[in-house]
Design a protein around this ligand. Structure first.
Ligand code: AMP
Ligand code: ZN
Length: 115
């Protein structure tokens, strides 16, 4: 997708602080961190929102969760924990139309995930 900022990061056209990369998935630091650790985990395949996931993407989505575990260990947050969030659609405030999972850690999160 030509206009997609995350596709540009995947292609190396926009810089990002990468924390993980394999053939199908990339993770990089959020440019406006909401916690001491704020990483975005995304598939390299352009999928706009969670509502655009197809049956053929099931394995890829599972791999993203497995990769979250890998990254949590890599960042040393597997014991203290973290929050994983995916916004979808206008009411959620999703700004970038390329599926991404926010991995937030490094501080105590509030008891509610809504604001
Ligand atoms: P969302 O509101 O769920 O769509 O989140 C989009 C996230 O992408 C926000 O937390 C932004 O700070 C982050 N973001 C936007 N542009 C970049 C960029 N070039 N590099 C890293 N993070 C970005
Ligand atoms: Zn994209």
């Amino acid at each position: 997708m030509e206009d997609c900022i995350f596709c540009k990061i995947i292609k190396g056209e926009i810089p990002a602080e990468k924390v993980y990369e394999d053939e199908e998935i990339i993770a990089f630091e959020d440019i406006h961190p909401a916690a001491p650790i704020h990483v975005l985990i995304i598939p390299k395949k352009h999928i706009a929102t969670l509502m655009n996931i197809e049956n053929e993407d099931t394995v890829l989505m599972g791999k993203i969760i497995q990769t979250t575990k890998k990254i949590a260990k890599q960042l040393g947050i597997e014991e203290n924990g973290f929050r994983l969030i995916a916004n979808c659609g206008p009411d959620s405030g999703q700004e970038v139309m390329h599926i991404h999972f926010h991995l937030l850690a490094g501080r105590k999160m509030g008891p509610k995930i809504v604001s």
